[in-house]
Design a protein around this ligand. Structure first.
Ligand code: NDP
Length: 396
């Protein structure tokens, strides 16, 4: 029987997911793209049709409303809902999926609009309801989280008896030519990088000031880059699932110009997420800033350079110490050529499509809510090779 797929969110990532699902039409069947702004869905559908000759349907939905979502899901009758709206919508879309008995996938951890804190608590708490509805929820099927979790599971399966330390490295050496812009949703991005850092060591979380720890890492095909320790959501599930782990950290590269802008914006209060009064109106400074910054979806055409994201793992194999780096390099211009998006949207959208493909094909299955590293990494790693994100393993 032919499948039906519902994608929610028509941003940079939604664009890539729409293209990639259309390119794998035998698995995804009838595709519907729904979002808050119908014209954005229509613009994506037009480009997908032009480039792939596949027609996708479009719908308008407010994903903050469970009722609207339930009405849409009951009408479209999808086999899977791919959530690539914002982290604020995770819980409503999960609840609508439970009510309608349909499988669910997302790429980012739930975040409450009023507190810049990523946590799986509320999504994991829906595990029982997913089981009762006999559906599967796959959390964090982007690149980081997502591919980085799968890289860890792959290292655990094929390279180590015990992994002692993991450093997740995220380098974006792309240049879009603007003095300051973010590569994915500005609000989510700025909340993430301006928050306190955190890493896990010997069973405890250790908090740092924002950008307090810097280390220079040498990224294959890019070179040495200053990289800053941040908290990143995949660490919360990886500490539960990787055997023998003693420490896990996450580093992301930032250029001088980005950091100087960030510091200045923070100092003047533009990164605030609480309402302030302005000429009798209530505004949230971060939301206003987000309106001023370039739309990430518009960066595609102008971004040049590469991304390198990977995991650096150390541990034991057959009693001997071993260190490996598993990584993936993407080229922003090649991504744009293929699906009209820059590399950050591409490296998120392709794994979202792959996670959904494995679910629809029954290669990854289960009832309840899961993180990526809980499944056999091999079929996912094979798909990465052929769907546009080839990876390599280096022994150090
Ligand atoms: P964008 O801001 O470009 O797109 C988000 C889309 O969601 C927009 O089209 C927006 O609609 C829509 N949306 C927002 N609120 C609602 C709502 N209430 N109802 C319906 N639609 C809504 O973001 P990105 O595409 O860059 O990111 C998408 C997701 O991917 C985010 O959750 C982000 O955190 C995640 N991500 C994950 C990564 C990973 O590696 N795991 C990396 C990068 C991103 P409108 O345009 O009308 O505002």
């Amino acid at each position: 029987m032919s499948k039906r797929t519902l994608i929610i969110g028509a941003g940079g990532v939604g664009n890539v997911v729409s293209f990639k699902c259309a390119m794998n039409i035998d698995t995804f069947g009838e595709i519907t793209l729904a979002s808050r702004t119908l014209s954005k869905c229509d613009a994506i559908a037009k480009n997908v049709l032009k480039k792939t000759n596949i027609a996708i349907k479009t719908e308008k939905v407010d994903a903050d409303s469970v009722n609207e979502l339930v009405e849409l899901i009951n009408r479209v009758k999808p086999n899977i809902v791919i959530n690539v709206a914002l982290p604020y919508q995770d819980l409503t879309i999960m609840d609508a999926s439970i009510e309608c008995g349909v499988d669910y996938l997302d790429t980012a951890n739930y975040e409450h609009p009023d507190s810049a804190k990523f946590e799986y608590k509320e999504q994991w708490a829906r595990d029982e309801s997913f089981k009762k509805s006999e559906i599967m929820g796959l959390l964090g099927s982007g690149f980081d989280p997502g591919v980085t979790n799968v890289f860890c599971a792959y290292a655990q399966k094929h390279y180590f008896d015990e992994i002692h330390t993991i450093d997740i490295l995220d380098c974006n050496a792309g240049d879009h030519g603007y003095p300051f812009a973010t590569n994915f949703n500005p609000e989510i991005n700025l909340r993430e990088v301006s928050a306190k850092g955190r890493y896990w060591q010997n069973g405890e979380w250790i908090e740092t000031e924002p950008m307090e720890i810097m280390q220079v890492w040498d990224y294959p095909e890019i070179g040495e880059r200053d990289s800053y320790l941040l908290y990143h959501e995949e660490m919360e599930s990886l500490v539960k699932h990787i055997k023998g782990l003693k420490r896990i950290r996450f580093f992301m590269t930032f250029g001088e110009s980005y950091l100087t802008h960030m510091k200045c914006l923070k100092n003047v209060g533009m990164l605030g997420i609480k309402e302030v009064e302005h000429k009798g109106m209530k505004i949230v400074p971060m939301e206003f800033l987000s309106t001023l910054l370039p739309d990430p979806a518009s960066l595609g055409e102008r971004t040049k350079g590469k991304t390198n994201i990977g995991i650096y793992a150390k541990g034991l194999k057959d009693g001997k110490e071993r260190t490996i780096y598993i990584y993936q390099v993407s080229d922003h211009e090649k991504c744009y050529e293929e699906v009209m998006s820059q590399g950050v949207s591409y490296t998120t959208g392709v794994p979202a499509m792959i996670g959904a493909k494995l679910m629809l094909e029954g290669k990854w299955s289960g009832k309840g809510v899961f993180n990526m590293e809980e499944f056999d990494p091999d079929p996912f790693m094979e798909e990465l090779m052929t769907q546009g994100l080839p990876w390599r393993v280096e022994e150090h």
